[in-house]
Write a protein that binds this ligand. Structure first.
Ligand SMILES: NC(=O)c1ccc[n+]([C@@H]2O[C@H](COP(=O)([O-])OP(=O)(O)OC[C@H]3O[C@@H](n4cnc5c(N)ncnc54)[C@H](O)[C@@H]3O)[C@@H](O)[C@H]2O)c1
Length: 310
């Protein structure tokens, strides 16, 4: 079984490459990435192949998928603030890129496509937990691009019978996540600040909550969905219904980090949602054997990873 991973050089993609390497039935892992934010890595495993290309280029995506059986589509320009600064780029890559992936999958008759949407689609809808039936109310161009990503993905199941699954990721964190670019996520930014002995920056009062999800269980779900060809006609949350405020996450870090932790509270960021917590019952009914680690354990692991890496 040959699987292509778009965005395979990125944070979740690189973890997924490692997860697929554990599977003997996987004969090829084809990374498709433009390396705009992804990192070039050397793989000893000969099953891993790298194709450099741009999701916006229909021909490049089409030729990259020749001979592939399944795709996990993670390539995108993530980040709410990035999309507010440059909405056109986010929409181009995330929407046209997804269209190109689905078209290539349709043309090549692929067996299965998983794509990555985001909890940001719930946006201004205040209801908690976020169950998939809630009306999406995106409040940023990024969220709109992800609503389009998941809708296009489902439309290919309905219109062409292409077996697809669109996952809504929540706040994924773990090893390999970059802290060193302008739109880095909160967990790597916090731990990088601790490494440098600087105070943590919190946008707002820190009482905003997130359903932090370990990348290990995310890639386990992605791999199982792909290997088992799990499909569903509408988007599926990929998180486990925990709700942690940033202040609570900082308290966990205080128990891990040996020195005092300072916090600078600044203005809230436009486009950020206040609370996020998934309903996970649909996910668990589709993939029953997922085990999410407890947040303190997962934060400890990622803390150790950042402190051990250069
Ligand atoms: N990390 C999270 O918490 C989170 C939450 C919700 C949704 N998601 C979604 O999950 C997916 C993966 O996220 P991530 O955190 O690994 O992000 P990432 O930025 O680490 O990975 C994205 C990858 O896509 C590649 N890419 C960007 N533009 C491209 C283009 N035009 N052509 C080809 N490749 C391109 C980048 O080089 C990078 O390797 C994204 O679709 C993102 O929207 C992530």
């Amino acid at each position: 079984m040959s699987v292509a991973i778009t965005g395979g050089a990125g944070f979740i993609g690189a973890n997924l490459v490692e997860r697929f390497m554990e599977e003997t039935e996987v004969s090829e892992i084809r990374i498709f990435d433009d390396f705009s934010t992804g990192i070039r890595r050397e793989y000893v495993d000969p099953r891993v192949k790298v194709i450099e290309g741009d999701l916006r280029n229909q021909d490049e995506v089409l030729s990259a998928f020749a001979g592939v059986h399944r795709v996990v589509h993670l390539g995108a320009l993530p980040s709410v603030p990035r999309s507010i600064k440059d909405p056109r780029s986010s929409l181009d890559v995330n929407v046209i890129g997804t269209l190109n992936v689905l078209e290539a999958a349709r043309v090549h008759g692929l067996e299965h496509v998983v794509s990555a949407s985001s909890s940001s689609v719930y946006g201004a809808n205040p209801t908690l937990p976020k169950s998939e039936g809630l009306v999406p109310q995106p409040v940023s161009p990024y969220a709109v691009s992800k609503l389009a990503t998941e809708s296009l993905t489902n439309s290919y199941l309905h219109s062409y019978g292409l077996p697809t699954l669109a996952f809504r990721f929540f706040n994924v964190f773990g090893p390999l996540q970059r802290a060193d670019h302008a739109y880095a996520a909160v967990v790597p930014l916090f731990i990088e600040a601790l490494k440098q002995g600087k105070p943590l920056t919190v946008y707002g009062d820190g009482e905003q909550s997130r359903d932090f999800t370990s990348v290990h269980v995310v890639v386990d779900a992605l791999a199982k969905a792909s290997l088992r060809k799990v499909t569903y006609p509408s988007p599926v949350n990929l998180a486990f219904g925990t709700r942690t405020t940033l202040n609570e996450a900082i308290e966990i870090l205080r128990k891990i980090h040996p020195a005092p932790i300072g916090v600078d509270y600044t203005e809230p960021r436009p486009g950020d949602v206040r609370h996020s917590q998934a309903s996970s019952s649909l996910l668990q009914s589709l993939i029953h054997d997922l085990r999410a680690p407890a947040l303190p354990d997962a934060l400890r692991e990622v803390y150790d990873w950042y402190f051990q890496s250069v």
